[in-house]
Design a protein around this ligand. Structure first.
Ligand code: SF4
Ligand code: SF4
Length: 451
């Protein structure tokens, strides 16, 4: 089995062991020992919260670079809807699409266009009662990883449709093969990503065997080049550019939370963003609440993809710009006709081919009876810890430290309060010992009196 790829990593040199990140991680996946953070790979969902939390920029996302384009004869950029919101210089989407061509891509395919298709397909699934309600969006890979680990019983309710990134890659390659006559292998599709979870998703797809995406490039990596090109394009305003932009405002709306629900447009929808909010909501759903909701749009980043950690601009700036662009895009007619979309649905062309499987982690022991014993130990140790959840021990809270102690990777004295108690007891014992006088030096009359 190949090793699971994670995009989120630690830059060891930059980490100062400040413990800021351990509290923000929704999966309790980070520990700090000997002044450096480590990520527990099996727990990490690549949500990027630790990238935001680290004041020392020691948490990074590994993405592909533009060098990967050299491996293909025909290269297609797949910009996410949120990408367009990163440029204050941008007057329209067309300008950004042409800038992408200028930095080395041969073609572009807007993910917003694929998102419109995905929205339609999910709408049809719900309409035809083909999936148990409530239906969960399949778009955010960090949320799906979270569900695999913590809420596996809800996985069967995830919409059986590929993500907009995946659909965009497939549509773009089909178009390119017709246009160029090249083979599938000669054509590379590259997602321009606001988030590390998409990098991980491309390498370890969840609901399809193989991803059609050949590389994921972080927004921050090409940002400056795109700005230069936008300015160059704007200075030659009068040139007649080929029209590349096809998505409507509806597709572009996927860049911000609630955008997907607007596309799905079926029954009662609830859109929630921010991984900690998503966890609270999933817990409510597991308790049997919110039964009247038909569709849940859940996104790990606050505000949706405009809040992605690889973006350049603050979520609120991005949101305002995206709104402007949505307004501008809204006027054009949908690129695909209803007939074409119905045909895609009937042919199950973009349907998931693999079930999303639960992921088991954090066994205290493979043997059930041993695991129960260890759990009792965890409970006992946790009850004796101070319960301050301060994180100074390097574990995110007292219960996590208790687990780490039972797993043999931490000590009770990692807790500063426990350490102080131990030092105090030791000091008292030493003082008691110091008060004892050897019989040869003692007061013999006192000893006789005592008798
Ligand atoms: S926030 Fe985490 S990764 Fe960043 S310096 Fe502190 S301990 Fe290291
Ligand atoms: S990416 Fe998310 S899950 Fe992974 S270590 Fe960072 S905060 Fe935790």
């Amino acid at each position: 089995m190949t090793e699971y790829f994670h995009s989120v990593r630690l830059d060891f040199e930059k980490c100062k062991g400040c413990t800021n990140c351990i509290k923000r991680c929704p999966m309790e996946a980070i520990r700090v020992h000997e002044g450096k953070a480590t990520i527990m790979q099996e727990r990490c969902i690549d949500c990027g919260e630790c990238i935001r939390a680290c004041p020392n920029h020691a948490k990074i996302s590994v993405t592909d670079t533009l060098d990967i384009l050299n491996d293909y004869k025909y290269r297609i950029a797949l910009p996410a809807p949120s990408f367009f919101a990163q440029f204050k210089e941008v007057e329209n989407v067309e300008c950004v699409l042409h800038a992408l061509l200028n930095i080395g891509f041969d073609d572009v395919f807007e993910v917003a266009l694929a998102a419109e298709v995905v929205g339609f397909l999910i709408h049809q699934y719900i309409k035809d009662n083909k999936i148990k309600k409530p239906v969960f969006s399949s778009a955010c890979p960090a949320v799906l990883r979270l569900m695999q680990i913590k809420y596996p019983d809800l996985l069967e309710q995830v919409a059986p449709v590929l993500t907009p990134m995946e659909v965009a890659a497939r549509m773009a390659k089909e178009d390119a093969m017709k246009k160029t006559g090249l083979s599938y292998e000669d054509i590379g599709a590259f997602f321009i990503s606001p988030c590390p979870a998409k990098v991980t998703e491309m390498r370890n797809p969840m609901n399809t065997k193989h991803s059609a995406v050949n590389g994921v490039i972080g927004v921050s990596l090409i940002y400056k080049d795109i700005i230069k090109q936008i300015l160059a394009i704007k200075s030659k305003k009068n040139e007649d550019y080929e029209k590349l932009h096809k998505a409507t405002g509806l597709g572009m709306a996927w860049g911000y939370v609630t955008g997907e629900s607007k596309n799905v447009d079926m029954g009662k929808a609830l859109a929630v963003s921010g991984i900690h909010n998503v966890i609270s909501l999933l817990e409510e759903i597991e308790r049997g609440e919110l039964k009247d909701v038909d569709f849940f749009e859940l996104q790990a980043c606050t505000g949706g993809c405009v809040g992605g950690p690889l973006n350049i601009h603050n979520l609120f700036v991005g949101r305002v710009r995206l709104r402007e662009l949505i307004k501008k895009c809204g006027i054009q007619a949908p690129y695909y006709t209803d007939k074409q979309l119905i045909d895609l649905y009937k042919r199950a062309h973009f349907e998931a081919t693999e079930p999303i499987k639960p992921k088991t982690i954090m066994h205290l022991d493979e043997d059930m009876s041993q695991a129960i014993l260890k759990l009792e130990q965890v409970d006992k140790i946790a009850s004796e810890l101070p319960g301050l959840d301060c994180g100074a021990c390097g574990s995110p809270n007292c219960r996590a430290l208790a687990e780490d102690i039972v797993r043999g990777v931490a000590f009770e004295t990692d807790c500063v309060i426990k350490l102080r108690e131990k030092v105090k007891t030791l000091a008292e014992e030493i003082l008691d010992l110091a008060r004892i006088v050897p019989p040869s030096m003692g007061d013999s009359s006192k000893k006789i009196e005592e008798k």
